[in-house]
Design a protein around this ligand. Structure first.
Ligand SMILES: C[S@@+](CC[C@H](N)C(=O)[O-])C[C@H]1O[C@@H](n2cnc3c(N)ncnc32)[C@H](O)[C@@H]1O
Length: 364
């Protein structure tokens, strides 16, 4: 037989050699496993880039998404005063992850980076990224958490320390979701709605309604140490004078019955466990006037979790770090709402990945 002009791949395993019958079975690719392994490194690549303000440095050089990138790694490293080969490896990793533009060794922002990763991007997630997974140590102890049924170091021991940076980080995204929700909820058509926002964080939902309705007023609740974030954001948006701040545990603070037109539970049920979530939903039902509406935003897991991967993993994030937190399903939440007496349930997705149930308290 003539020599093959090409180096041939190993042939020793082929059926003719090993004597097994031919089969078209191929081992599955290991790509999903490598994707998971790479997840950790990818996270830290992005965290490092944000910490070093790489995206802001590119934006400040006038990099415009869509315009060919204009700076090399050594040039940028010199400006930033960092190691050029190290920065180049970081920039290349960002390009691989789809978070930077790279053409012929020159780098620039792409649309994703400009919108989400610069600190003043239109939908900046720059401060959210590092805190989004919760305390990182808790992920290293996940197996132990699952064995024991609770994390060794739950954030419940220092809720303000955990939630303050988190709600600062999520504010921009949640305000966009809350503002866009008006297209489906039409709260802007109400004359002077009274809003109850429990576990409000930076109060994105209350702020969206107050900005859309000049005569709206709001009672805003969160725990001490976090409610200050709501005070600052409402002031920055020019609506603080129409807000009453009611610090404390939303399970026990005083809430006037039948006094509100809109109640909000924004991403609080997922950390409460079934009993806590049901209790807080019942509280909102009691607080609403007949025909008042509850907006319950969360990451709801679909009947098959694979259909809602983001929700399933966001639920895991809570389970990794809180005593009662679990992924909650859309069906379970609908049951809680109906058992509390709500009807006309609607599930909306005001922006990608952000879902909310809209549920109405019946007239009688
Ligand atoms: C994930 S954040 C959501 C913040 C905001 N509602 C949003 O949608 O962006 C959950 C909030 O609930 C607050 N929270 C948790 N337990 C609480 C409790 N028992 N009483 C009052 N607030 C609570 C936290 O401090 C935090 O601000």
């Amino acid at each position: 037989m003539a020599e093959s002009p090409y180096p041939e791949l190993k042939k020793s395993h082929v059926p003719e050699r090993v004597g097994r019958p031919w089969t078209d079975h191929k081992p599955p690719p290991s790509a999903p496993v490598w994707a998971v392994i790479g997840g950790l490194g990818s996270f830290y690549v992005l965290v490092a880039a944000l910490e070093m303000e790489v995206f802001d440095a590119l934006a400040n050089r006038g990099a415009i998404p869509g315009i060919p990138p204009d700076v090399t790694a050594p040039e940028l490293a010199k400006e930033m005063g960092v190691s050029a080969p190290h920065l180049e490896a970081l920039l290349d990793s960002l390009a691989v992850l789809g978070l930077l533009e790279r053409v012929g060794g020159r780098y620039g922002l792409n649309d994703t980076a400009a919108r989400y990763l610069t600190s003043d991007g239109a939908a900046s997630m720059a401060s959210l990224v590092p805190v989004a997974p919760g305390p990182l140590e808790n992920w290293s102890h996940l197996a132990e958490t699952i064995r024991a049924g609770r994390p060794a170091d739950p954030i419940d021991d220092d809720p303000a320390g955990f939630y303050r940076p988190l709600v600062e980080g999520t504010f921009t995204t949640m305000l966009r979701a809350a503002t866009r929700a008006d297209l489906q909820v039409r709260y802007s058509a109400m004359t002077a709605p009274r809003v109850l926002d429990l576990g409000a964080g930076g109060a994105p939902w209350a702020i969206a309604v107050l900005k859309a309705c000049p005569n709206a007023t709001a009672v805003i609740n969160d725990i001490g140490g976090v409610i200050e974030v709501a005070q600052r954001h409402t002031a920055e948006h020019g609506v603080a004078d129409r807000c009453e701040f009611r610090p404390g545990d939303f399970h026990t603070i005083d809430i006037e019955p039948e006094s509100y037109d809109i109640a909000v539970l924004g991403h609080v049920c997922r950390t409460e466990g079934t009993e806590g979530a049901q209790r807080i939903i019942i509280r909102t039902h009691e607080a609403l006037r007949p025909e008042g509406r509850l907006l319950l935003a969360d990451y709801f897991v679909a009947p098959e979790p694979q259909w809602s991967p983001h929700s399933a993993l966001m639920g895991m994030t809570m389970m990794a770090s809180t005593t009662n937190g679990f992924p909650i399903t859309a069906a379970q939440t609908a049951d809680w709402l109906q058992e509390a007496g709500f009807e006309h349930l609607r599930l909306i997705e005001p922006i990608g990945h952000q879902f909310a149930y809209v549920a109405t308290k019946p007239r009688s």
